[in-house]
Design a protein around this ligand. Structure first.
Ligand code: MG
Length: 358
């Protein structure tokens, strides 16, 4: 094929040849398999924002899970996407980096909304180019890590039931950060000897309490601790890090690329989430920055459907730890995408995100 043919058949037609795109939003209620309790809330369902970007006969799908801690809701996310819908309809999705930079400039905050737009555009681009997104990012699906399966706080008999359900997963994640931590870990340990990763969600309020709890957790087969204390207490985390053996991972303290350099002085790693930072491109950037500073990288997710979890999974070959079970905690996932076999993430080998309606 000569250059002219190549341009004629090019994946991304010029504006003059391009019909306008379409943007649709929908708030989807995801029902949880179990009541979900952390230090922050307890809930039976979650609402996420789904975005469909249609252009040139291709539909890209995106999803963002709004985070209450950052004053987001599905409704505010929907409004934010609608505020840039006219711009997106005439934008060139082939120039997705430029388009997303403009979306970031036009929308203040509302990271779940930005994530939903980014994922929809990247799904579109992957489908247009005919490649799965992990290949677009130059990754090997065989490098995808094991994901943990999260066991939410609950009564001992329910914890035992959840652990039975988590049988295929070699590593479990347990939420702590309340006065009942010892009982929670004891009920988990009564049911399994699997390695545990623990998330305190900022629950311990003094460094002395955190030190005491972490020393105890070290005796309980815990691999690392996520966000033991409030995000703002970076000096206390630095103090703590000098006194414990297990790695300390920043989650609530790590939202955007610019957060990472200062965290490298106090934490051993960061938990990158597409919903916190505003999409796959931003998450990719965060992973590179964290690596350049010698930090461990974890990829997490919110409770969401297979749309957002599969988007994160396509980047998972880049990270040390994955916690991508948000879609496994819900009962009405509208799509099939990333799968899990014996805990390992299996990436879809279809163009874009590779989603199939359930
Ligand atoms: Mg966390």
């Amino acid at each position: 094929m000569n250059r002219r043919d190549c341009l004629k058949l090019g994946a991304f037609p010029l504006a003059a040849q391009r019909p306008a795109g379409a943007v649709e939003t929908e708030i989807v209620r995801l029902n949880l398999r179990h009541t979900w309790t952390t230090t922050m809330s307890s809930s039976e369902f979650r609402e996420t924002l789904h975005v469909r970007f249609r252009a040139q006969g291709i539909t890209g799908r995106g999803e963002g899970a709004p985070i209450v801690r950052y004053q987001e809701s599905a409704q505010t996310a929907q409004k934010a996407v609608q505020s840039v819908a006219e711009y997106l309809k005439t934008a060139d999705p082939g120039q997705f980096s430029k388009v997303l930079a403009e979306v970031f400039r036009r929308i203040d905050g509302e990271w779940a909304a930005k994530a939903a737009i980014d994922i929809a555009l990247m799904d579109w681009v992957g489908q247009k180019l005919g490649v799965p997104l992990y290949r677009y990012f130059g990754l090997d699906a065989a490098d995808a890590p094991v994901t943990t399966f999260s066991i939410g706080m609950d009564k001992p008999e329910v914890v035992r039931q959840k652990i039975r359900e988590a049988e295929p997963f070699p590593v479990l994640k347990v939420k702590v950060g309340l006065d009942t931590d010892e009982e929670m870990i004891a009920s988990v340990r009564g049911a399994t000897k699997k390695p545990l990763r623990v998330d305190a969600n900022e629950g311990w309020k003094s460094k002395e309490e955190a030190l005491r709890k972490i020393n105890w957790l070290e005796s309980q087969g815990v691999e690392f601790i996520e966000q033991p204390m409030p995000a703002s207490l970076i000096d206390d985390i630095r103090w703590l890090r000098g006194k414990v053996h297990m790695p300390i991972i920043a989650d609530e303290a790590c939202l955007h690329p610019s957060d990472i350099p200062k965290l490298a002085t106090a934490y051993d790693g960061v938990n990158v989430k597409i919903d916190k930072c505003g999409g796959m491109l931003e998450a990719f950037r965060m992973i590179q920055i964290a690596r350049s500073l010698g930090l461990k990288v974890m990829l997490g997710c919110m409770i969401s459907s297979s749309v957002a979890c599969t988007a994160a999974a396509h980047l998972s070959p880049l990270v040390d730890y994955a916690d991508l079970d948000g879609n496994l905690l819900i009962a009405n996932d509208p799509f099939t995408g990333v799968r899990v076999e014996k805990g390992k993430l299996i990436l879809p080998n279809r163009p874009g995100l590779g989603l199939i309606p359930a």
